[in-house]
Structure formats: C-alpha cells, structure tokens
Design a protein around this ligand. Structure first.
Ligand SMILES: Cc1cc2nc3c(=O)[nH]c(=O)nc-3n(C[C@H](O)[C@H](O)[C@H](O)COP(=O)(O)OP(=O)(O)OC[C@H]3O[C@@H](n4cnc5c(N)ncnc54)[C@H](O)[C@@H]3O)c2cc1C
Length: 312
C-alpha cells in the first residue's frame, strides 16, 4: 500500500498536539530528532551546515521552509525572508542556489501578488547569479505552478527551474513542453498523497513512470536533476547515461539533506554532481511529516527522541 503511510502521516500532520510537542522538542538541541532532516531554524545556523556540506564536495540548494500561507502579509514576509536569504548567501560565499514554494509566496491568496513576489526574488537572484527552483506542491497547484513558471520564463527569467512529479499522469506531457522551452527540470517521485484520478497509486507504477521520464529528460532535457534516494532509480539513470555516452556534467543527482548519506558520498566520489536540498526555518513540521510518511520506520527515532527529551 504505497498511499497508506502517506495518508496516515498527512492526517497526523494536522494534529495540533503532535505539532506542539514536535515543535517544542524537535530542534531544541544539536541532537534533537528533527535536525536529522532540517538544517536549522535560522539562516545563520544553516550557513554552517551548508559549509560542511560543501566541504564534502556536495552541492546544495537552500529552502526556507513555509507553505500554504493564508494572507498577503504572510506572503510578503516570506518574500522578504527570501530576499534576505539571498543577501546572507552572497555574504557567506556559499553556492548560490535556492528552492521555494509558490503557496509560500501567496499563490493560494492572489495569483498576481504571487507572481510579483516571485519577481521580487528573481531580480536580485539574477543580479547575483543565483539559480532558483520552484518546488512542485500537491496536485491542486500543478497547473498554476507550471503557468507561473512559463509566464516568468517568457519574460526572460532564465535563472529559473521547476520540479515535476513522476506520480502524476500528466507529467509526461509537462516534461515534453518544458523540454521544448529548454527549461531545467528536477524529476521527483512526488511527496503528496494524491487521488487515483490524477496519480498512480502503486509504487511499481510510480517507479516505472520515473524511469520513463528520466530517459526523456536525459535524452532531450536541459541539464536535468534526477532527485531520488532509490537505488533502483539511480542505477537506471546511470545505465541510461552510459548507454547514451552522456558526460557526467550533462545532468545532476539531487537528494534531501540527511537521507542516504552513503549514496550521496559514493556518487560524488564517482565524479557525479550531487546536490543536497537543505531545508531550514521554523515552519518545518509539514516538511518533516512528509519525510516520516515516506519511511514510517523514521517514526521510531522521533518517538524515542520525544521521550528522551521529555525525561532529559
Ligand atoms: C532534492 C529533492 C527535491 C524534492 N522536491 C520535491 C518537490 O518539489 N515536490 C515533491 O512532491 N517532492 C519532492 N521531493 C520528494 C520526492 O517526491 C520523494 O517523496 C522523496 O524523494 C522520496 O522518494 P525516493 O525517490 O527517494 O524513493 P522512495 O521509493 O520513497 O525511497 C527509496 C529509498 O530512499 C530512502 N528514503 C526515502 N525517503 C526516506 C526518508 N524520508 N527517510 C529515510 N530514508 C528514506 C530509503 O532507503 C528508501 O528505501 C524531493 C526530493 C528530493 C530528493
């Protein structure tokens, strides 16, 4: 049951008690359980993590956590935080690459404001040589995300990329369109519980779609990012690249901070570009719950962490 744990953890993610407990204990000390997946609550802490990631010859993209804001004021505040993040990154000298979510910039409140907010980030990002990736959220946002991406692309914002989800039936069509534009695409399996009307429900179907899309992206895409920790997907990608005699700099792998560090290191040691998605910020709970939903075994260390911290 591929969707089972995701649905369960989605329901849990709406529990206020759990959120309160997790938020209180999850990031409290350097050993607290949420720190396995979240670099820090402040930009400054995160820069330190970023430096240690770079020291291991890994690349990075920073994500200021937050999603589904409900007011324009919150969207403006998140936009301001992103602009500040760009300044801190420039001052720190780490790699200039960020990821963001459109619902954090107000997509669910007012589309035009969201586009303006994104432009307010892309302007300084362009001046300072940043690459900005739009994450893909759950399916009610897919069309809007692609539309906004394309609007800005047509306005010549070319320091911009997008993520697509193998789980959705529509993605093959989206990928062909994005390839035609020459856009940089990140391929992921898809982190959200989606209905059968729009998405594959079985892991085998999602995996098969991922491999099909990976091949289309490697063959016709512009510097695609293959984002997965699944050894079968990684092997299929390496095999396809070999078959097509693609140079290692024609694509990159991406993984999440804290997950499968062994694979991150071995691919980097083999000369592949491996980029870590490094999330930070105080609004880490929904992101954290999606990571638990992908691997319920993670729940064990969270519960142990909470018990340990409460008794500590
Ligand atoms: C760089 C990056 C960016 C992403 N951006 C988006 C996005 O924009 N939109 C979106 O919907 N999703 C995004 N995702 C999440 C993605 O959709 C998947 O939910 C997630 O990557 C798990 O799928 P998997 O490909 O690793 O394969 P799975 O089949 O889920 O896992 C394969 C193996 O990876 C390991 N693993 C996977 N997840 C975990 C975990 N949480 N804890 C410990 N081990 C784990 C386990 O060893 C597991 O057996 C992103 C993922 C990455 C790596």
């Amino acid at each position: 049951m591929y969707g089972g744990p995701k649905a369960f953890f989605y329901a849990l993610s709406r529990s206020r008690t759990l959120k309160r407990l997790a938020s209180k204990y999850g990031m409290r000390t350097p050993d607290s359980f949420a720190r396995r997946f979240i670099a820090g609550e402040t930009v400054e802490e995160t820069i330190e993590t970023a430096r240690s990631v770079q020291a291991q010859k890994l690349h990075l993209t920073l994500d200021y956590l937050g999603e589904s804001v409900r007011t324009l004021e919150e969207a403006t505040a998140a936009t301001r935080e992103y602009v500040r993040l760009l300044d801190v990154i420039v001052a720190s000298g780490i790699e200039r690459n960020v990821s963001l979510k459109l619902t954090q910039l107000g997509a669910g409140v007012d589309r035009a404001t969201c586009v303006d907010n994104l432009r307010r980030i892309l302007e300084p990002a362009g001046r300072h040589g940043f690459f900005v990736r739009i994450d893909m959220e759950n399916s009610p946002w897919t069309q809007l995300t692609i539309d906004i991406f394309e609007t800005l692309w047509q306005q010549d914002y070319r320091n911009l990329g997008i993520a697509v989800q193998a789980a959705l039936y529509r993605t093959e069509q989206d990928v062909r369109r994005l390839n035609e534009l020459g856009a940089r695409v990140r391929l992921v399996k898809g982190a959200y519980k989606e209905p059968q009307t729009v998405a594959y429900q079985q892991k085998t179907d999602v995996d098969a779609a991922f491999i099909r899309l990976m091949r289309v992206l490697l063959d016709d895409g512009k510097y695609p990012a293959i984002a997965t920790h699944d050894p079968a997907m990684l092997d299929a990608t390496l095999a396809h690249a070999r078959e097509r005699t693609l140079a290692r700099d024609r694509f990159e792998f991406q993984m999440l901070y804290g997950i499968r560090r062994d694979l991150q290191g071995s691919l980097a040691a083999d000369g592949y570009t491996v980029r870590l998605y490094i999330p930070f910020g105080r609004e880490w709970f929904p992101y954290f719950m999606r990571r638990l939903g992908e691997r319920p075994a993670n729940l064990g260390f969270v519960l142990r962490g909470i018990l340990h911290e409460r008794s500590g």
